[in-house]
Design a protein around this ligand. Sequence first.
Ligand SMILES: [Zn+2]
Length: 352
Amino acid sequence: MSIPRVIGHDDVWDTFRRALEQRRLASTFLFVGPAGIGKWSTAWNLAQALLCETTPRDALRACQACPSCTQVAALTHPDLLVVRKPDDKNFIPVELFIGERERRMREGLCHDIALKPFRGGRKVAVIDDADYLNQEGANCLLKTLEEPPANSLLILIGTSQHRQLPTIRSRCQVIRFAPLSDEQVDRLLADRQLVEAPERRAVVVARAAGSLQRAMELADPDVAEGRRVVFEHLSQRDVDAVTLGKYIHEFVEAAGKEAPPRRARLRLVVLDVADFYRALLRRLSGTRESTDAESEPYVAAAVGHWAGRAVIAADCLERCLDALVQIEANANLPTLVGCWIDDLAQVTLHHA
Ligand SMILES: [Zn+2]
C-alpha cells in the first residue's frame, strides 16, 4: 500500500523544507483550503517524510521502503496519531482527545502525543476534520497547542480559517492550500483513467472547481445521467415535485449504504439544481452566455415560462444554498430532500 501522490502544493513543501533547514519548524499547523484538493494527502506524505528512518531529516523526503515508511502508509506507525470525525457524529468526540471517562487523560491524542516517540525522533498528529471541533474538544486541545511536547508536530485540517474557533486559530501557523488548476485536475483524471473521453473530462474539470474529490464524484456516469434527468424535470413548465423528489431520493440511496457517499451525491444534485437556477437567472437578466453546455439546452427550454420571474428563480437558488448548508450540518437526508423539493415547489407554485 502506498500513499496517494500529491499533485501541486509545492509551496507548502517549500515552507516546511525551509523551516526544517533553519531549524525553526513550528509545532502546530492549521491547513486550510477547499475539500478534496490534497490537504490530508499532503499531511500524510509530510508525516512519512518526517518519520522516515533512512533519509536525512532535513531532506523532507520519504524512502517509501523502510519499516517506518511502510507503517505510515498503512497508518499503523506508533508515532503517527490521526483523529477524524466519526461519520455518525456531528463533531469530534472529546474521548478521541482525552480518552474514555474511565481512562481520562490516560489515552487519546492529548495523552499519546506527549509520550516519548516509539520509533523515531518525533510524534506527528493530524486532526483531519478540524471544522468539526466543538468548544469542548477545542478546550481539551488548548494545552497541547500552547505547550506542544518536544519533537511533536500537530496538523489540523479544515476548509477555512474562519470555521475554526479563535482559540485554535490563534495558536496555529496557518498554511493555505489553493485549489488545483484545471490542468492538474485534468491530468489526474486522465492518469487514473477515470474519465477517458476528453470532451466529457472537460465538463467534469470545469465543474470540479479545483477539487479532485469533486471531480471523482462527477466522473461517475450515473451522476451524469442523474444530472440530465433532474434538468429535464426542472425545464418543464409545471415541475412534478413528487416524481422529482422520489427520483432524487432513490438516486441518493443508490450511492450505497453509508451516509458519506449518499451525502456527497445529494450535494452534487443540489449543486446541479443551483446551477440550473443560476443559469436561468443569467438568461433572465439578459446575459446569455453560459459556461455549462450540459445545462444550457434545458435552461433555454425553461426560460420562456420563467419570463418576469427572476425573483422566484433567485429564491429557488437561495433554497438550494440553504440545503447545502444543511447537508454539511449532517441533517437527515430523506427529510432534507423532502423539505427542499417541497420548498422549491411552494416557491414556484405560489408565484406561478
Ligand atoms: Zn523511509
